[in-house]
Design a protein around this ligand. Structure first.
Ligand SMILES: Nc1nc2c(c(=O)[nH]1)N[C@H]1C(S)=C(S)[C@@H](COP(=O)(O)O)O[C@H]1N2
Ligand SMILES: [Mo]
Length: 335
């Protein structure tokens, strides 16, 4: 594969996500809200309000915050100062190949997905395996709203306020055995409700994987909602993964199984095209996809005539939080 080294010759500044200006400026508002006892719903009000204000009335939204059995209760984790992507764009421009390969297909077709009852099976090298009902997963830890960038390997990106909690909370509860080195994420493959399961684009079910330390990193999020509401089906309802420093396809949607293993899982896109999609798939502007550059991206919603392409950031801008996971690894080798 074609590999270029440091094509831009620049080290992009890493936005300080956790102590960023956005947090600082909003801390006072936040503290007032908390003092007023409305920490729950109003908590990330500055973000949610912006999101709602941007939302045109013509998209069907799945339900208000109340639909999540526990409301986001803290503002923690990574925040971004970037402008939020419009809800409409985030819910109508999707990759969810079980419902079609066109970006508009999932919003058109995913209504057939049945998200209740839902459970996630925990299995493999773990002390507490079992079937966990969605309701129990929702209650397992306090939910937070976190604004993360997401960058697809195809070269577009979005900024989305996700609702959920760190996957590490669940992992700690189920107690992986010492031999567990990887986590495999298996998603629903139901040919009755997913029209493209059975098509030959990918092997089904869609499977993803992380190394244990990646899965335990606090940024890795078990996600139940976005924009303060439950996930729309096309975005991976009722529960999905969000791993913001990796290319979008690592963010497995509509999870049904989480398996702890001692071997690196075979993942859907790696099986489909091993030379194009590696296991790690960390966002990296210096390592091109064999068929295109990864140095820049197009932010969805900013594609007007004068919109400039943005420079893609190392680890999607989360280098300070996750860079240490890869010390000593040749990132051009372990793509
Ligand atoms: N089950 C499943 N999960 C999936 C995919 C898919 O086709 N099936 N596509 C991935 C890709 S390529 C991307 S970019 C993101 C898109 O998430 P979004 O539509 O919520 O933006 O989901 C990922 N998760
Ligand atoms: Mo993607």
């Amino acid at each position: 594969m074609l590999i270029k080294t440091d094509r831009q010759g620049v080290n992009h500044p890493v936005p300080s996500e956790i102590t960023g200006k956005g947090v600082y400026e909003n801390r006072r508002t936040l503290m007032k809200l908390m003092a007023g006892g409305v920490a729950g719903a109003a908590l990330a009000s500055w973000a949610s309000r912006e999101a709602l204000a941007q939302t045109p009335g013509n998209v069907t939204r799945p339900g208000k915050l109340a639909a999540l059995t526990s409301t986001p209760s803290r503002l923690a984790g990574a925040l971004t100062m970037d402008k939020l992507t419009d809800y409409k764009d985030a819910s109508t421009y999707n990759n969810f190949y079980e419902f079609g390969t066109d970006k508009a297909d999932p919003a058109q077709n995913a209504h057939t997905l049945k998200t209740s009852p839902w459970s996630v099976e925990i299995e493999g090298l773990v002390k507490k395996p079992g079937k966990y009902a969605l309701e129990d997963l929702l209650k397992l830890s306090a939910q937070e709203e976190r604004i993360y960038r997401m960058r697809c390997v195809e070269g577009w990106s979005m900024v989305i306020p996700w609702v959920g909690y760190s996957l590490s909370e669940l992992i700690k509860k189920v107690e992986p055995m010492p031999g567990a080195k990887y986590v495999e994420f298996v998603t629903l493959a139901d040919p009755k409700t997913m029209p493209f399961v059975g098509s030959r684009v990918l092997e089904w079910p869609y499977v993803e994987g992380l190394r244990m330390d990646e899965a335990m990193n606090p940024l890795t999020m078990l996600t139940f909602g976005m924009y303060g509401e439950v996930l729309p089906k096309q975005n991976g309802a009722p529960v999905r993964l969000v791993v913001p420093w990796k290319y979008g396809f690592k963010n497995a949607k509509s999870l049904v199984k989480i398996r702890f293993t001692d071997k690196q899982p075979a993942t859907a896109w790696n099986k489909a095209a091993a030379n194009e999609y590696g296991f790690y798939s960390n966002v990296n502007p210096n390592v091109d996809h064999p068929r295109w550059s990864q140095a820049t991206e197009r932010r969805i919603g900013e594609d007007g005539l004068f919109a400039k392409k943005r420079k893609t950031l190392m680890f999607n801008g989360y280098e300070a939080q996750v860079g240490q996971l890869y010390t000593g690894m040749d990132l051009k080798q372990f793509i």
